[in-house]
Every structure is written in structure tokens, then in C-alpha cells.
Design a protein. Structure first.
Length: 320
């Protein structure tokens, strides 16, 4: 269930950044996020329960985000507290919270704009290409785990005992495929992890919420974002006259403005979407492997996700 932040916990977080006024609650799920103002500039205050992330994981995320912001990537910049820290620990009645503050990502998410145009896809691809190009030069003090050490990214055959033969077969193929892919600094590194988390303003994309950052194939970052976008288009009444293939091509057009990507990896985007769909199947079947948002999902959206799985998981695809 969603975190309930006590007022005194919020007041302690405000003190660390000298926040004036009343924070506006934006969302509460894996983290609780507020819009605030610091020195008359919009910012975001985030409170993270220690049952979701430990302080080392927060330092890993914030170091990565700050590196990107310092090197020209449009990312919501972490802001230091009055003590000079990017994360502060707050003791609560029954748990512990970590507070962080970020510059506000100017603009709106796609689902609030209601429109998806070619310029947005190109700008999104360009900014992600920049992020992945910078990843090759990232040498952190606090290094995040790679995807294969994180439970939610691992395909667990023990959780598929009730799967149909067709489902078991495709999951087996996907697992063998992904474990056989090559890794080098041109195709693998630190990624955003939930790259649909961006705001768009006047064709400028700004990424935020790097909570799921990890080491993975860059192509997964691309596919995961495009997968999420496809789902948003289908379910949020987005005005989009483009096919999904059009969306991929426009995204890659922008991506290549910042980083080269071999055509074989472009061709693998549908394969990584299939991998992401297999993970979703697993999360819904075995909650212990699932990220927090899956556990809190409403019945209507769960039904939509299950429909997506039924339509897409076992469809024919050549894993390359």
C-alpha cells in the first residue's frame, strides 16, 4: 500500500532544505513526491521509505543523476541540503525515511499534453542518446548493481509452474536469448531504467526520477520507454497519427544525433519489448518479484496489463 507520510516527517525534510510554504503532494507510490519552492524556483521534494531503498542505493542514483546534469544531459538536478548533502536521513515513528530534492523538470508528461508528435519522439531519442553516450564515461564512487543481480529483472522459472506450454516456451527462449547477448561500452552501461519519466516543453525533453537506474543494455532502456509509451497511447487517449514503427524510427533518428547505434540493436527493440512483457507476466503472477507499483495497481489497470500480455507475449517473434 502507498506510504503515509506524517506531518512531522515532512516538516523535518523541509528544514533540511529551508523549504517555505506548504508542499503540494504530486504522488505517493514507491516514493512520496511533493512540489515545493526553493529561492522562488520550483523544485521537487522526495521522501523514500527505507523499506524501498537504502541510503547506498539513493547515493548511487543521485550520483548518476548529478553526473548527467553536470555533463549537459537534461535531467532534474539533485540539490544539496543546507548541510551540503544530496540525501538526508529522517527518523520516523515506525520507520526511516530518506529525503532528496531535485530541480523541477519543466513541462508536462505525454499523458497530460494529450498529443504525441514527431518532434517529441526525436527530442526524446536525442536526449536518451546523450545519456547513453555519457554512460560510457561514467566512473562512479557508488556503483549500482547490474540487472542480473536485481530480482525484478530476472526471469524465474519457478514462478511459471501454472503457465501454458506456449508461455513457458517463449519465456525459456527469451531467457536464453538475453543471457547470450554481447556486452561492451557501446551497448551496455548505466541506464535510466524507466525512461518514459520525462517532461516535454517546447520540444525539450527533461528526464526525472532515476529511481530504477541500473546497469543494463541501452536497448532495454529504449525498448522499455517505447513499450510504456505504446501502452500510454493505447490507454490515455493520446492524439497520435503514427504507427508504432513510425515511433521507433523517429526515436532512433533523434538517438543517432547523439550516439551511434548499430542496426542490429534497432532490430532488437521488439525483442526487448518481448522481454519486458515476460517480466510483467512474472510480476503479476508472483508479487514477491514485482516492483511496488504492481502491488498497488488498481483492478482496471491490472486488467489492461493482463490483456496486453495475452495479446503480445506469445505472438511470433524472431529473437536476434
Amino acid at each position: 500500500m502507498a506510504n503515509i507520510i506524517q506531518q512531522h516527517t515532512l516538516e523535518k525534510a523541509k528544514m533540511h532544505w529551508e523549504v517555505k510554504g506548504t508542499p503540494k503532494l504530486l504522488r505517493t507510490l514507491q516514493n512520496t513526491v511533493y512540489q515545493i519552492s526553493i529561492a522562488d524556483e520550483p523544485a521537487v521534494l522526495r521522501l523514500t521509505n527505507s523499506n524501498h531503498r537504502n541510503i547506498l542505493q539513493l547515493k548511487q542514483e543521485l550520483e548518476w543523476t548529478l553526473f548527467l546534469a553536470n555533463n549537459g544531459c537534461n535531467a532534474a538536478r539533485p540539490l544539496a541540503s543546507t548541510k551540503g548533502n544530496l540525501v538526508e536521513t529522517i527518523a520516523a515513528d515506525d520507520s526511516e525515511y530518506f529525503s532528496s530534492v531535485f530541480s523541477f523538470a519543466v513541462g508536462k508528461p505525454i499523458e497530460e499534453t494529450g498529443v504525441l508528435c514527431p518532434a517529441t519522439l526525436i527530442a526524446w531519442g536525442k536526449e536518451m542518446g546523450k545519456m547513453h553516450r555519457l554512460s560510457a564515461h561514467y566512473h562512479p564512487q557508488y556503483q549500482r548493481d547490474s540487472y542480473d543481480l536485481i530480482k525484478k529483472y530476472k526471469l524465474d522459472f519457478a514462478s511459471h509452474s501454472e503457465a501454458t506450454n506456449a508461455t513457458s516456451s517463449i519465456i525459456t527462449r527469451i531467457d536464453k536469448w538475453i543471457n547470450g547477448l554481447p556486452k561492451d561500452k557501446t551497448n551496455y552501461g548505466m541506464i535510466h531504467g524507466d525512461s518514459v519519466n520525462f517532461h516535454i516543453h517546447e520540444n525539450k525533453v527533461t528526464f526525472f526520477d532515476f529511481d530504477d537506474c541500473t546497469y543494463h543494455w541501452f536497448c532495454f532502456d529504449i525498448a522499455n520507454g517505447l513499450y510504456s509509451l505504446r501502452f500510454i497511447i493505447q490507454n490515455e487517449n493520446i492524439d497520435c497519427g503514427l504507427t508504432f514503427t513510425d515511433c521507433i524510427n523517429l526515436f532512433i533518428q533523434g538517438y543517432r544525433k547523439e550516439k551511434e547505434i548499430d542496426q542490429i540493436w534497432v532490430d532488437r527493440i521488439p525483442c526487448f519489448i518481448k522481454y519486458r512483457t515476460a517480466l510483467l507476466y512474472q510480476w503479476l503472477k508472483t508479487p514477491e518479484t514485482a516492483p511496488r507499483w504492481v502491488l498497488d495497481i488498481e483492478a482496471e489497470w491490472r486488467n489492461k496489463l493482463e490483456l496486453w500480455i495475452n495479446e503480445n507475449l506469445t505472438s511470433e517473434l524472431n529473437l536476434i
